[in-house]
Design a protein around this ligand. Sequence first.
Ligand SMILES: NC(=O)C1=CN([C@@H]2O[C@H](COP(=O)(O)OP(=O)(O)OC[C@H]3O[C@@H](n4cnc5c(N)ncnc54)[C@H](OP(=O)(O)O)[C@@H]3O)[C@@H](O)[C@H]2O)C=CC1
Ligand SMILES: Nc1nc(O)c(N)c(N[C@@H]2O[C@H](COP(=O)(O)O)[C@@H](O)[C@H]2O)n1
Length: 220
Amino acid sequence: MHVVVNAATSADGKLSSRRREQIAISGEADFERVDRLRAYSDAVVVGVGTVLADDPHLTVKDESLCDERLERGEPKQPARVVVDSKGRTPTDAAVLDDAATTYVCLSEAAPVGSRMDLVDHAELVTAGNDRVDLLRAFAALEEQGLERIMVEGGGELIFSLFEAGLVDELRLFVGPKVIGGRDAPTLADGEGFVEEFPLLHLEDLERLDDGALLRWTVED
Ligand SMILES: NC(=O)C1=CN([C@@H]2O[C@H](COP(=O)(O)OP(=O)(O)OC[C@H]3O[C@@H](n4cnc5c(N)ncnc54)[C@H](OP(=O)(O)O)[C@@H]3O)[C@@H](O)[C@H]2O)C=CC1
Ligand SMILES: Nc1nc(O)c(N)c(N[C@@H]2O[C@H](COP(=O)(O)O)[C@@H](O)[C@H]2O)n1
């Protein structure tokens, strides 16, 4: 399995504002790059915080990229994955529509009623007691043949993936906006590291739109 975290931050490192509403940080060229990265992924992963905040669809938008997937013998759309301990994903969420297969990764703490609602819309994976055990959940996804994983956020999930040692690459678009706010989400929130900080190796740096695209690999 190869896990790429892809996100866009403002120049001051925020994923969105303190209102946690979706903000277009990427410009046209970066959104096209993100669409291509989705098209070359087996699954696109987000945390339930992003589903509740953004109601994302997480599909490949460019039909010609979808056609190329079909020509390669892949499903028209990559799978979508929501990491959601307690089954809070609303049944009318865009990510649960029939455009692609969706997996919802739950913990044992997810109420039976939520499971019964979600099972009509998604494949359910259970891993962990109170919170989703990401190592086990990602192993279960790999067993389903999902090898090329793209994680789109948000900050809580990205931190946990670094903490679990699951991230192979970080692709970050830093855009020409200042958002500010001590309560605005950043690339990696959660508890934060105080030692044994994950170290990155810069592979590429490119000017894109009015920002910069950085590609790092994660050192072992
Ligand atoms: N600019 C960009 O590129 C992007 C921006 N965003 C922005 O980020 C914000 C959302 O981020 P955020 O609030 O951090 O939410 P996340 O999408 O990171 O989801 C976090 C939630 O996932 C659930 N979860 C389950 N298991 C785990 C685990 N092991 N580790 C971490 N989380 C787990 C938790 O909820 P529970 O306990 O209920 O399961 C947790 O609160 C929004 O404002 C959105 O607009 C999001 C994506 C990309
Ligand atoms: N790459 C990128 N740049 C931005 O500026 C963004 N705001 C995001 N957000 C992510 O994209 C998801 C929306 O996906 P759909 O267009 O609905 O398919 C959103 O939920 C974030 O994960 N990404």
